[in-house]
Design a protein around this ligand. Structure first.
Ligand code: F0G
Length: 359
């Protein structure tokens, strides 16, 4: 057998795509070799939902801190270091804080994270604490925490690394480049979850830029999905008390509101919503048909795809990409609650095990 393929030469997204990013030789690249995530075909999931198209999942949970945030954070923290910042700060539903804390540790910088108290998935909390970030649980929601962070930014003493920092969007657009590089062109549709709306903005920027330099010919229709209890972009107004089991996208007033709506309009895509019940169904279906375990927010676009099939919106033979933004292990509580069964406890004998097996 030939040697296993190695990706050890992958240099991280900044070095790989430097020509498309606002970096120079003087930029100190802070990287954990993020990016280069798999684009996994999922034909069994497609069959299970009655689709007649090809679906590829961009498995961003396989980044260094297990979410897509690392693409933007390598840029934001590198640029913060370049201009001599000592402290990075963010508000987060959990993944941005995990990523900021890791890249700050790597850069030798201090990190302060503001989290909505009691609404953070367990794995994400573990990450912020483990990477040593000053972790502040705000008795309020993400939107309130982000307002405080904006005010902290105005003091000029800290570098804000939420996606209101344009370098975050720059880094995150590299996922669109990777998809085009892997497929040879852009997909027909791109499905993704939408919370603060930075990622849909970043993907659309990436797809347009790649087409602009002739690296791809076509553009996808951008299809963003929100959770029904936190769907300001769909409902057309901010939501004061957003709520959803998909805590990553529990956001009522997205910072990149205009970017998201521009992406949808310009690409002739759509922005729509799915219920928590639909999210949990898609979450389990993906795990059980394909062996891919994502966090609940990722199931929003999958539930959206199921809806789109029911509504006959996807022409046969389409090529669809969907971003699986975070790893399933981020949120073990929701997984254990949603699985629908518990381990069967038995005496340590062969017969007891055979009985459970039904043999
Ligand atoms: N999926 C996951 C797993 C996320 O963590 C987020 C956002 C999104 C989707 C939505 O992306 O905000 O660019 O529209 N998480 C942010 C955070 C808000 O703080 O970790 P978006």
């Amino acid at each position: 057998m030939s040697a296993a393929p190695s990706n050890s030469s992958w240099p991280g997204v900044i070095r790989r795509y430097a020509e498309y990013l606002p970096v120079t030789d003087a930029t100190p690249v802070v990287t954990l070799l993020e990016g280069n995530t798999p684009l996994v075909p999922v034909p069994q999931f497609v069959e299970a939902i009655g689709g007649k198209f090809d679906l590829f999942l961009k498995y961003e949970g396989l980044n260094p801190t297990c979410s897509f945030k690392d693409r933007g954070m390598t840029m934001a923290v590198s640029k913060a270091k370049e201009r001599g910042a000592k402290v990075v700060v963010c508000a987060s539903t959990g993944n941005t804080s995990a990523s900021a804390a890791a890249y700050a540790a790597r850069a030798g910088m201090r990190c302060v994270v503001l989290l909505p108290h009691g609404k953070i998935a367990l794995g994400k909390m573990a990450q912020a604490l483990m990477y040593g970030a000053t972790t502040i649980a705000v008795e309020g929601n993400f939107d309130q925490a982000l307002n405080i962070v904006r005010e902290l930014g105005e003091t000029g003493q800290v570098e804000v690394v939420n996606s209101i920092n344009p370098f975050r969007i720059e880094g995150q657009k590299t996922a669109a480049f990777e998809i085009c590089d892997a497929l040879g062109d852009a997909p027909d549709f791109h499905f993704l979850p939408v919370g603060n709306a930075g990622n849909i903005t970043a993907y659309w920027k990436g797809y347009r830029e790649y087409q602009g330099v002739g690296k791809s010919d076509t553009l996808p229709r951008m299809c963003g999905w929100q959770a029904a209890g936190a769907a300001p972009l769909v409902d057309g107004q901010p939501v004061a008390n957003p709520n959803t089991i998909a805590t990553a996208i529990r956001i009522g007033n997205p910072a990149s509101w205009t970017g998201a709506m521009d992406a949808v309009r310009e690409s002739e895509g759509l922005i729509d919503k799915v219920t928590d019940e639909e999210i949990l169904h898609a979450y389990k279906l993906l795990a059980r048909t394909e062996g891919i375990f994502v966090e609940p927010a990722c199931a929003a676009p999958l539930a959206g795809l199921i809806k789109s099939v029911e509504r006959n919106l996807i022409p046969a033979g389409s090529l669809i990409a969907a971003t699986m933004t975070g790893h399933g292990l981020k949120d073990p509580d929701t997984a254990i609650g949603a699985a629908g069964f518990q381990p069967t406890v038995v005496q340590p004998t062969r017969d007891a095990v055979l009985q459970v097996m039904g043999l």
